[in-house]
Design a protein around this ligand. Sequence first.
Ligand code: 5RP
Length: 244
Amino acid sequence: MTQAPDSSNATLSQDELKAMVGRAALQFVVPGEIVGVGSGSTVNKFIDVLASMKDQIKGAVSSSVASTQRLQALGIAVFDSNVVERLSVYIDGADEIDHQGNMIKGGGAALTREKIVAAQSARFVCIVDESKLVPTLGKFPLPVEVIPMAVQRITRQFAALGGSASVRLADGRPLVTDNGQFILDVAGLQIGDPLAFESEVSQWPGVVTVGVFAFQKAQVCLLATPAGVRTMNFAGVPNTQRDV
Ligand code: 5RP
């Protein structure tokens, strides 16, 4: 289903596409409840319009320090995930999404908290522009949050799978996540079986979180295109590791 935009869109920028899909996500926010909120530039657009509903919701559970600060600056209460048992919806972006709703996430280094909030949510609504839709995951270098002392060992394990891992830097030094760990970005992978891949890599010593979201895949993808927002439903394939 494609929801037509307001005017002619042949020249919509990526930023405008993100704003369009951020607005479209409001339809999934349940009045009276707490909403799960992800991280990134697309989610920032969603947070900005969520402010228009702030009196209709209890607040949010956030997946990053950056999103928490943005929510609070707009007057939206942010709850600790430990005091909220269940969320009916989690809204987040992705770096890639395939046609089954599996995703690569972590371009903003928030993948661990994103996976935690996704796991406590009944429904993951992924908001992306059409450049993120791929037949097979892996063109975007896979983010993996790791314990620093395991960097070399995990790099060798990815090399054995044909991947080339490098430590993400910020200002010339290893980027340190909200959880005090490092990010490896792994290029050269073709992830044909996301569930098996996530299952295997998650067990490697020193891996905190792998940025493949197959166990916590999307149920819905709102895909921003120049012709409007297309809704893709993946509800037919169940998640295997969701709390609720
Ligand atoms: C952050 C993420 C983001 O959802 C992902 O990087 C997409 O970001 P953007 O909306 O800025 O393209 O996983 O860790």
